[in-house]
Design a binder for this molecule. Structure first.
Ligand code: UDP
Length: 241
């Protein structure tokens, strides 16, 4: 069945969501808008929506082939994907291989050090509270997930980390850290949702350590659009050769 946009449902910081004829499917539209620091910094990045749509497409297909359940169904055009409708579990799952960003700041550690273990953090998705870091007990008390569901999300995140680390390494990129979101589909299954892109991953060139992700926007490093293009080009050559 051909997917057509029906009603506008929701606008997030970098994407819009539309309903379709099928109540279990929605269309995600990727925008060029960029925000950082809980939307205190705003801007646009040329081609970002198109690049993130393409990068997410490559990654969702790769993860599905690696046995990870995702919301992805198909890519419709340069900026849109058809995905399974889910109820987003309101936590951001952050997986860290290297010390960076908010963790470096919070703990007074130097950015760039490889962590001896994989670090998992969860944040409560709540704009008014600036997405605070929480633990499993908080998540259970807030009714976000059960202990079993959390255990499953950590397991899946570990597998996703392994698969993505391998993929990016082939593209000569270090996956320093990333954020993912899960949703519950119509059957109640927890699946990977949202996006996986340089907006949500810290990616460093393996040789030069040049940042090829949204930190270029956050920290005014310049060549932001070029970085997204570079990641797309590298992934394409890894996945098609
Ligand atoms: N991240 C994200 N959305 C957020 C917060 C973080 O995609 O709202 C990603 C970010 O790009 C990085 C990882 O999650 O790859 C860890 O981010 P961190 O907690 O260090 O926060 P930040 O430094 O981005 O504020």
């Amino acid at each position: 069945m051909k997917a057509t946009k029906k009603d506008f449902l929701y606008e997030g910081k970098s994407k819009q969501v539309y309903s379709t004829e099928d109540p279990n499917r929605v269309i995600v539209h990727y925008k060029d808008d960029a925000t950082a620091f809980n939307a205190q910094k705003r801007g646009t990045v040329v081609d970002k929506g198109e690049m993130n749509n393409r990068i997410s497409t490559l990654i969702f297909k790769y993860l599905a082939a690696s046995g990870i359940p995702t919301h992805y169904i198909k890519t419709l055009d340069e900026r849109e994907q058809l995905v399974k409708k889910v109820n987003i579990v309101p936590v951001e799952m952050i997986v860290r291989n290297y010390i960076a960003g908010s963790m470096a700041q919070r703990l007074g550690l130097e950015e760039g050090t490889k962590s001896p273990v994989t670090i998992f953090e969860i944040c409560y998705k709540k704009d008014e509270l600036s997405d605070p870091l929480i633990n499993d007990h908080h998540a259970v008390v807030l009714g976000i997930a059960t202990y079993d569901e959390l255990k499953y999300m950590y397991q899946l995140s570990g597998k996703i980390n392994q698969a993505l680390t391998e993929l990016f390494l082939k593209a000569n990129l270090i996956l320093a850290d990333f954020k993912i979101e899960f949703g519950k589909d119509a059957d109640g299954n927890i699946i990977l949702a949202d996006e996986v892109s340089p907006d949500t991953c810290r990616l460093w060139d393996k040789d030069t350590l040049k940042k090829l992700d949204k930190d270029r926007f956050r920290r005014d490093l310049g060549e932001v659009s070029e970085a997204y293009h570079e990641v797309y080009d590298r992934l394409t050559s890894v996945l098609t050769n």
